[in-house]
Design a protein around this ligand. Structure first.
Ligand code: CP
Ligand code: NVA
Length: 307
């Protein structure tokens, strides 16, 4: 059994160094090819992933569950509605107990600090499956998708259009690890966290308009205007974010071979038009599928030490 200090967690993009990230993306591509070839590969036989979901999920849950099945292990879904976590058992105690039984834990919740506390008290790797501050698993899939379609993203221009939210934060940190330039366009008052931005100012900047961010971009990314937990702000946000809609006009400013990504779920006619998300530059279905392959690479990395 490993001691707490040896355990690697994946709570944000910066928890892996550049070489580890690049290796992980190549491995995800390899694992995808193996799966397509029907190769049975079960490095996690008899191992268990605990999945704590305090927010809804389609992609993340399906990807992690299927990953564990394909790897010969098992996943158990733990909803705070049915566990003692939802009835006030301290996070620290839950972490100690759950991590004595399972081999890895993934958590989707609101507070990033809660995931950090859980990880601090866990004996096994903890994966951030989305918090209000970061969504690093999604970025692994996005980087795999860009690599598959266009090769290395190093030195490319990426446009983030919309909310300075969890996805935007993870994009900022990814810009640093993968060495691309990120231009962020968001309404006043909805900018990304100033600390995250200033720590990565060599790689990411906030620009004045969506047009400025989109011009010449090799990859353009957006996300919902109201994230999970912000349902009550939805109406105000819709008014404020309207000029930030990703439509054909905005996409026409990007490079000819630019890609469009969206972590999904998407709202056609709000943050993105149907013409764009269902159009020729969009790779959102590959991006969604790659959640499976990238998360398999992540589980293998954290649980078997494969590098
Ligand atoms: N993109 C993403 O994380 O999707 P889910 O909310 O469906 O997991
Ligand atoms: N920003 C979105 C991402 C969903 C996958 C949210 O947090 O709801």
């Amino acid at each position: 059994m490993s001691s707490a200090s040896e355990v690697r967690h994946f709570l944000s993009i910066l928890d892996l160094d550049r070489e580890e990230h690049l290796g992980l993306i190549e491995r995800a591509i390899e694992l995808k090819a193996m799966q397509y070839a029907g190769e049975i590969y079960e490095p996690l036989k008899n191992r268990t992933l605990g999945m704590i979901f305090e927010k809804s999920s389609t992609r993340t849950r399906v990807a992690f569950e299927v990953a564990m099945v394909q790897f010969g292990g098992a996943a158990i879904f733990l909803s705070p509605r049915d566990t003692q976590l939802g009835r006030g058992e301290p996070v620290e105690d839950s972490a100690r107990v759950v991590s004595r039984m399972v081999d890895c834990v993934m958590i989707r919740t609101y507070s990033h600090a809660l995931v950090e506390r859980f990880a601090h008290h866990a004996r096994v790797p903890v994966i951030n499956a989305l918090t209000d501050r970061h969504h690093p698993c999604q970025l692994l899939a996005d980087m795999q998708t860009y690599r598959e379609h266009r090769g290395s993203i190093q030195g490319r221009n990426v446009a983030w259009i919309g909310d300075g939210n969890n996805m935007c934060h993870s994009y900022i940190e990814t810009a640093r690890r993968y060495r691309f330039k990120l231009r962020i366009a968001c309404p006043k008052g909805y900018e990304p966290d100033a600390e995250i931005l200033s720590a990565n100012s060599e790689w990411a900047e906030v620009v004045d308009s969506p047009q400025e961010a989109a011009t010449g971009a090799d990859l353009l990314v957006t996300d919902v205007w109201a994230s999970m937990g912000q349902e009550e702000e939805a109406e105000t946000r819709h008014r404020v974010f309207e000029p930030y809609q990703v439509n054909t006009q905005l996409m026409s400013l990007t490079a000819d071979d630019a890609l469009f990504m969206h972590c999904l779920p998407a709202h056609r006619g709000e943050e993105v038009t149907a013409e764009v998300i269902d159009g020729p530059k969009s790779v959102v279905w590959d991006e969604a599928e790659n959640r499976l392959h990238a998360q398999k690479a992540l589980l293998e990395f954290l649980l078997t030490g494969a590098r």
